[in-house]
Design a protein around this ligand. Structure first.
Ligand code: EPU
Length: 430
C-alpha cells in the first residue's frame, strides 16, 4: 500500500466502441481573450456559450479582483466593468493562468496604467511575452519590467495609446490579441502585420466590433484597427471549441466508431479533418454544425504543428495517441512549443512504440495498446491519454486531472453519453 495522498483519477476500460452524439462547448481560448476584452467597455457585456472550466473561473477571479462585477446564469455570464479601478492584476491568479496576462492591453488602454506580473513558463514551454510588450511599446507605452511585474503606462498628456505599424516576428496568438485590444481604444490606426490567424482571433475581433470597435482583416495576416474613443455594451456568443471537437473526432477514430459531433464550426476543423481522413477515418459533414465519423483502417501519417491554418499544436498529443495504433511509421514534429512531447513517456507506458529526437517523435504503430496507470503532464496530454485509454486493452487510470479540468467541460460525462466505460474516481490511491 502506497503512502501517497489519494487523488482524483479517471478509470477507463478500453476497447468499447462509441455511438450516439456529443455536443461541443464554447471555446476556452476564445472565452479567455474575450473575457479580458470585456474590460475595454465601460458598460455591461453579456457572453453566452461560456464553457464551464477551471481556467474560465480563474479568469473570472482575475476580473473580479480588478473591480468587475460578474453574474453567471448557466453558460451566460454578465460583466459589469463600470467600477474597474485596480490597475494591478494579482500574482497568485496570473501565475495559475497565463492567459490572465491578456488583461494588460485592455487595462492600459482604458486606464492609462497597468501592472501585470510576468506569467512565467508552464509545462509546455517557457512562453515569453516580449511580443506583447513590444507591441504596446510601439503604441507609445512606457514599459518597465521589475520585480517580476510588467509596469506599463501611457506617455503624453492625452492618456491614450497611439496607433502604430507593428510587425510580429512570429504570429503569436496572445500578442495579436493584446495588440488588438490595446489598439481598439488607441488614437488613430494600428496595422498588425504577420498577425495570428486563429479562429479565436476572429472571435475576439468580432466581439470587439460588436461593441463598436473598428477592426478589419482578422483571420488574415494583416489586421487593421481604427481606434475609437469608447465602446458600448454587447451581447455576444462564444464560438464552439475546435480543439474539444477535434478531440472527440479522434476519440471516434481510435475506437473505430461512428459518432456525431454537434455544435461545431466546420471551417475551424479543416486541418484536423484533413489529417483524420489521411489517417483513414472519414469525417462526413451531416449539416452546418454536425460531423459524423466513419471508421476505417488506420494508417500512418506525418504531423507537423504550425500556426493556423496549419495543423494545431493543441491537437498534436491527441493525434499522436491515434497514430500509436495506426499501421506504419509516423513522424510527429512540434514546432510551436519547445516542450510539448511529454505525453510520449506516458503513451509508452500504454505500450506505444515512440522514439523522440529533439522536437520530433517517430511513432511506430503497434496493433494494440494495453491499459496502465498514467500521469497527465498538461491539458492536451491528458486528453491524449484518455483517448489512448479508450483504445487500450483493459484498465487505464489517468491521474493529474487538474490539467484536464482546466480545458474540457464534463469530458467523462460526454464520453459516458457516447457509451465509453469511463468514471471519475474521486479518491484514487496510487
Ligand atoms: N512566443 C514568444 N514570445 C511572445 C509570445 C509567444 O516567443 O511574446 C512564442 C511562445 O513561447 C510559443 C509560440 O510563440 O512558443 C506560440 O505562442 P502563442 O503566443 O501563439 O500562444 P499563446 O497565446 O500563449 C494560445 C493558446 C494555446 C495555444 C497557442 C497556439 C490561449 C489562452 N492559449 O497560447 O492554447 O496552444 O495559442 O495556438 O489562447 C491550450 O489550450 O492547451 C493552449 C496551450
Amino acid at each position: 500500500m502506497s503512502n501517497s495522498t489519494p487523488q482524483p483519477a479517471l478509470e477507463i476500460i478500453g476497447r468499447h466502441s462509441l455511438n450516439g452524439e456529443v455536443k461541443i462547448s464554447g471555446a476556452k481560448n476564445s472565452a479567455l481573450a474575450i473575457m479580458a476584452g470585456t474590460l475595454l467597455c465601460g458598460d455591461d457585456c453579456r457572453l453566452s456559450n461560456m464553457p464551464c472550466l477551471a481556467d474560465i473561473n480563474t479568469m473570472g477571479q482575475v476580473l473580479a479582483s480588478l473591480g468587475v462585477k460578474i453574474k453567471k446564469t448557466g453558460s451566460t455570464w454578465e460583466f459589469n466593468p463600470r467600477d474597474l479601478k485596480a490597475v494591478k492584476a494579482p500574482y497568485d491568479l496570473v501565475s495559475q493562468l497565463r492567459a490572465s496576462f491578456f488583461v494588460i492591453g485592455p487595462i492600459l488602454t482604458r486606464l492609462g496604467v497597468a501592472q501585470v506580473p510576468l506569467p512565467g513558463g508552464c509545462a509546455i514551454g517557457s512562453r515569453p511575452v516580449e511580443l506583447h510588450v513590444r507591441g504596446l511599446q510601439a503604441m507609445g507605452a512606457n514599459v518597465i519590467i521589475e520585480h517580476g511585474v510588467v509596469n506599463a503606462s501611457v506617455k503624453g498628456s492625452s492618456g491614450r495609446l497611439k496607433g502604430a505599424n507593428i510587425f510580429l516576428d512570429y504570429p503569436s496568438v496572445g500578442a495579436t490579441e493584446t495588440i488588438i485590444m490595446a489598439a481598439t481604444l488607441a488614437e488613430g490606426e494600428t496595422v498588425i502585420k504577420n498577425a495570428a490567424k486563429e479562429p479565436e482571433i476572429v472571435d475576439l475581433a468580432n466581439f470587439c466590433n460588436s461593441m463598436g470597435a473598428k477592426i478589419t482583416g482578422a483571420g488574415t495576416d494583416t489586421i487593421i484597427i481604427q481606434g475609437v474613443s469608447r465602446l458600448h455594451s454587447t451581447d455576444y456568443e462564444i464560438i464552439p471549441d475546435r480543439i474539444e471537437a477535434g478531440t472527440f473526432l479522434v476519440a471516434g477514430a481510435i475506437t473505430h466508431s461512428e459518432i456525431l459531433v454537434t455544435s461545431i464550426n466546420y471551417d475551424h476543423l479543416i486541418p484536423a479533418i484533413a489529417k483524420l481522413e489521411e489517417i483513414g477515418c472519414r469525417v462526413l459533414r451531416e449539416d452546418e454544425t454536425t460531423l459524423r465519423t466513419i471508421p476505417g483502417a488506420l494508417k500512418a501519417s506525418d504531423v507537423e504543428t504550425l500556426p493556423h491554418p496549419g495543423f494545431p499544436t493543441d491537437m498534436q498529443a491527441q493525434f499522436m495517441a491515434l497514430l500509436t495504433i495506426s499501421e506504419g511509421n509516423s513522424l510527429v514534429t512540434e514546432t510551436v512549443f519547445e516542450n510539448r512531447l511529454r505525453h510520449v513517456a506516458e503513451l509508452k507506458r500504454l505500450g506505444a512504440n515512440i522514439k523522440v529526437k529533439g522536437n520530433s517523435a517517430l511513432v511506430c504503430g503497434v496493433p494494440m495498446l494495453s491499459g496502465a496507470p498514467v500521469m497527465a503532464t498538461d491539458l492536451r496530454a491528458s486528453a491524449a491519454l484518455v483517448i489512448a485509454g479508450l483504445a487500450a486493452d483493459g484498465k487505464t487510470i489517468v491521474q493529474g486531472l487538474q490539467h484536464l479540468d482546466r480545458g474540457y467541460e464534463n469530458l467523462e460525462q460526454k464520453l459516458q453519453g457516447l457509451g465509453a466505460k469511463i468514471q471519475r474516481l474521486p479518491h484514487y490511491q496510487p
